[in-house]
Design a protein around this ligand. Structure first.
Ligand SMILES: [Zn+2]
Length: 331
């Protein structure tokens, strides 16, 4: 019988999620594991190999049923060479030949890509982008991850770093970003930064029902801001609306750069659902051009936390279907 599954791995600083996924994008079995990333790459890769076999086993499959492994990793990295150059949340990961190292440990062919890219590819393949060939996804979490699918292919660019839309500048000389630039989108419209901006305004004396939390030293993200805005908190509503305004600016820029039929919002902040998407659409309408009706459909992602593993497995399936496993992984 033909092999029925691919393995998708979503490698993160806190959690490694691994799923056994069939050719239609359905998850047969998935598990999350604690990365304990401070111990460095070698022990973590040893564990990942063991966890992969565990997930195959738990899905009542064998290694012979699996075509290969796809891994979504934080970057910067080189998908074509299978190397992670550096990863902010993975200490000690410098020039790690991830594909080669994992292939040696599991005996399975392995491909990798940027985690934001593969989450976008997951939604394209089996989620909110199903049925269309051009989507852009923004994952609104601690920062903003992104991925661009053009004509059914992930966009990589010359340095294989295309689609870092969280670091497109929306405010000239704006807030300093951890990346070294100023005014990046993620400084204004990520789940964490929306909370941070409300806390800053409270410290500067603006009244808000979230002032108590700030006094107690509690950090909060977009969920608390959405709650407070819904209860009529003026400050929370203003910062939320500003975030949606900046996202709408990003959407206009995305429209003109890539002309996608859909822009999909994922990540913690997307749990606000209609509260997010309707505000972004409203601002988008006021900001976009009137020369041509090519506005993308802005919507919420549907795969939730599994977008990463489904996309990673989908990337492995694509390698299988196109016979691309032979590209040289590692140095
Ligand atoms: Zn930045």
């Amino acid at each position: 019988m033909a092999r029925q599954y691919a393995i998708g791995v979503d490698l993160g600083g806190t959690t490694v999620r691994i799923a056994l996924v069939n050719h239609e994008g359905h998850v047969r079995h998935a598990e999350s594991y604690r990365s304990q990333a401070t111990r460095g790459p070698e022990p973590l890769m040893d564990d990942m190999a063991a966890w992969i076999l565990e997930v195959i086993d738990a899905g009542r499959a064998t290694r012979d049923d699996v075509v290969g492994v796809g891994i979504g990793s934080p970057g910067p990295l080189s998908p074509s060479r299978g190397i992670v150059f550096k990863a902010a949340n993975l200490p000690g990961w410098v020039n790690v030949p991830l594909c080669r190292a994992m292939r040696e440990r599991t005996g399975l062919p392995t491909v990798m890509d940027n985690d934001g890219n593969l989450a976008a590819f997951g939604e394209y393949w089996a989620g909110a982008g199903k049925g269309v060939e051009n989507i852009v996804m923004l994952t609104l979490g601690t920062g903003i991850g992104a991925g661009v699918v053009v004509n059914g292919e992930l966009l990589h660019g010359h340095f294989e770093n295309a689609g870092e839309l969280g670091h497109t500048i929306v405010v000239p000389d704006g807030r300093r970003c951890s990346c070294g630039q100023r005014g990046c989108l993620e400084q204004y419209a990520s789940a964490a930064n929306v909370g941070k901006r409300v806390a800053e305004a409270i410290r500067n004396g603006e009244p808000s029902r979230l002032a108590g939390l700030v006094e107690e030293g509690v950090t909060f993200g977009s969920r608390k801001v959405v709650e407070a805005a819904g209860e009529g908190d003026v400050l929370a509503a203003r910062i939320w609306d500003e975030a949606c305004y900046y996202l709408a600016i990003a959407c206009v820029n995305i429209q003109h750069a890539y002309n996608p039929s859909r822009i999909v919002m994922a990540g913690g902040m997307s749990k606000a659902g209609a509260f997010l998407v309707e505000a972004v659409r409203r601002h988008f309408k006021l900001l976009t051009w009137d020369l041509h009706d090519d506005s993308p459909d802005i919507r919420i992602a549907v795969l939730g936390d599994d977008a990463g593993v489904i996309g990673a497995a989908g990337w492995a399936w694509k390698a299988e279907d196109e016979g691309r496993w032979d590209q040289p992984p590692g140095f």
